[in-house]
Write a protein that binds this ligand. Structure first.
Ligand code: ADE
Length: 246
């Protein structure tokens, strides 16, 4: 899968892309992430990419020309028979990103992630390019870069071959409608500062362990995210066991 990230700050991504799972996925040829600096498409002598808003008001607005021309240039980097890829603009005004959206995006061969800064984009960027607008939550970040990384991170771990165990993302909370939070996990030592690992996890009885984990997931979900249990089940979801019992 190919990601193209269009940003004024490509350096923000380099540490993230050179570590851990992302680095492995890139090294193994499962993922490609190309970074594009929008400023390279600025026309003026001083390479300005922003300007004051017409009508007044605080902050600066990203000018349409460098953004539109950067997107068009990146979209044109493909063979004639290939589609241009899904264009996603990161903004707090967009459709809310969640595991279901991640699963949907993971079906694409190519995603273009357009990151804004300042007070946002000139409206003509949206009018001309018709991007899908996506938000990672109801809060305002300083720019779309962290949101773009969030999307790359959540999507990449769903791609076949990226996680060691093919099933491990299927077990994730929220995956394909799984409405339970993860159960507690323990490792050595068996006791730490007076806190012992539950006996059931030590006895090697796998049906008992599975049942304890199921109940722990349910307990946590009830305590922390009752809304997940209240929302209607999706097709193919794991039905929470005994959701009505206390
Ligand atoms: N840019 C600024 N805030 C954002 C958010 N919450 N989601 C996506 N992009 C953003």
């Amino acid at each position: 899968m190919r990601f193209d990230v269009l940003t004024l700050f490509p350096e923000i991504f380099s540490g993230y892309l050179s570590q851990s799972l992302l680095k492995l996925a890139i090294d193994r040829g499962l993922v490609r992430v190309d970074l594009h600096n929008i400023r390279d498409w600025a026309r003026s002598k001083h390479r300005n990419v922003d300007d004051r808003p017409f009508g007044g008001g605080p902050g600066m607005v990203l000018k349409p020309e460098p953004v539109v021309e950067c997107v068009e240039a990146v979209q044109s980097q493909r063979d004639a028979e290939q589609p241009p890829g899904r264009l996603i603009l990161l903004t707090p005004q967009g459709r809310r990103f969640d595991q279901r959206v991640a699963e949907e995006l993971a079906q694409s061969d190519r995603l273009l992630l357009l990151c804004g800064r300042y007070e946002g984009f000139d409206q003509r960027v949206m009018d001309l390019l018709s991007p899908e607008e996506v938000s990672v939550g109801d809060f305002v970040l300083n720019g779309g870069e962290v949101a773009a990384m969030t999307i790359v991170d959540a999507v990449v771990r769903l791609l076949p071959g990226v996680l060691g165990d093919e099933n491990s993302s299927i077990e994730d909370s929220f995956s394909r409608g799984n409405r339970l939070l993860e159960h507690a996990q323990y490792t050595r030592p068996r006791e730490y500062r007076g806190l012992a690992v539950p006996d059931v996890l030590l006895n090697g009885n796998h049906p008992d362990i599975a049942e304890w984990r199921r109940q722990d997931s349910l307990r946590r979900t009830r305590d922390r995210r009752q809304d997940l249990l209240d929302s209607p089940a999706e097709e193919g979801s794991h039905e929470p066991p005994d959701a009505d019992s206390k």
